[in-house]
Design a protein around this ligand. Structure first.
Ligand SMILES: [Zn+2]
Ligand SMILES: [Zn+2]
Length: 197
């Protein structure tokens, strides 16, 4: 596995800036890979890892960059809990580890890089050198990933009887005998402007 500096440089380039989230995300993903025994997540091991992220903030880009897991490949799932945590699943070994970034790390970082006066600069540098135990909580967990959430070809593709959109991967819902997309069944996140084309 590439070392921390190289991985941080790549994630920083993808994310667009260096930030504490990049440092935390890279280190979290590296810790997960080492705990799961995955050496080459973007190469020979690329079908072994599945990641569930619980927040859509900076560190998520770093996790994607290090693991190679992504929404588009269906190897990353976003569960919107607003928690700086992610669960990393070894699909072959059926082992999963959830890692949470500790809030206490902010306070603990004061002991490190004391020569830096700016709080955010100090935190960023401190997070690079602090031991994993001060940064993260690690839990071995069990979960089942629905087959319809796994990578691979869609196992189902149906047309919504309400709006005509095609719905893949068992996201359709049957309401009073009609097959509907989620927006027709539960309401949409948008309103149409003017006439439809
Ligand atoms: Zn950032
Ligand atoms: Zn519909």
């Amino acid at each position: 596995m590439d070392d921390f500096k190289d991985l941080l440089a790549v994630s920083t380039a993808i994310h667009g800036h260096i930030c504490a989230g990049q440092v935390i995300g890279v280190r979290m993903a590296m810790l997960a890979l080492s705990l799961l025994g995955i050496d080459d997540p973007k190469g020979v091991d690329r079908k072994k890892l599945y990641t569930i992220v619980e927040i859509d903030r900076c560190a998520t880009d770093a996790i994607q960059s290090v693991t190679g897991c992504s929404l588009g490949k269906r190897s990353m799932k976003f569960i919107d809990h607003g928690v700086m945590a992610a669960t990393f699943v070894h699909l072959e070994k059926e082992k999963a580890v959830r890692i949470t970034a500790l809030e206490e790390a902010r306070e603990a970082s004061r002991k490190y890089c004391t020569e830096l006066e700016n709080k955010y600069a100090r935190q960023l540098e401190a997070y690079k050198v602090m031991p994993d135990a001060e940064l993260f909580k690690v839990q071995w967990v069990r979960l089942s990933i629905p087959q319809a959430d796994m990578p691979g070809r869609p196992s189902r593709r149906v047309q919504c009887e309400g709006c005509g959109d095609w719905v893949q991967d068992h996201r359709d819902i049957e309401v009073s005998g009609r097959i509907l997309c989620k927006k027709c069944a539960h309401g949409s996140y948008y309103q149409c402007e003017g006439a439809e084309q």
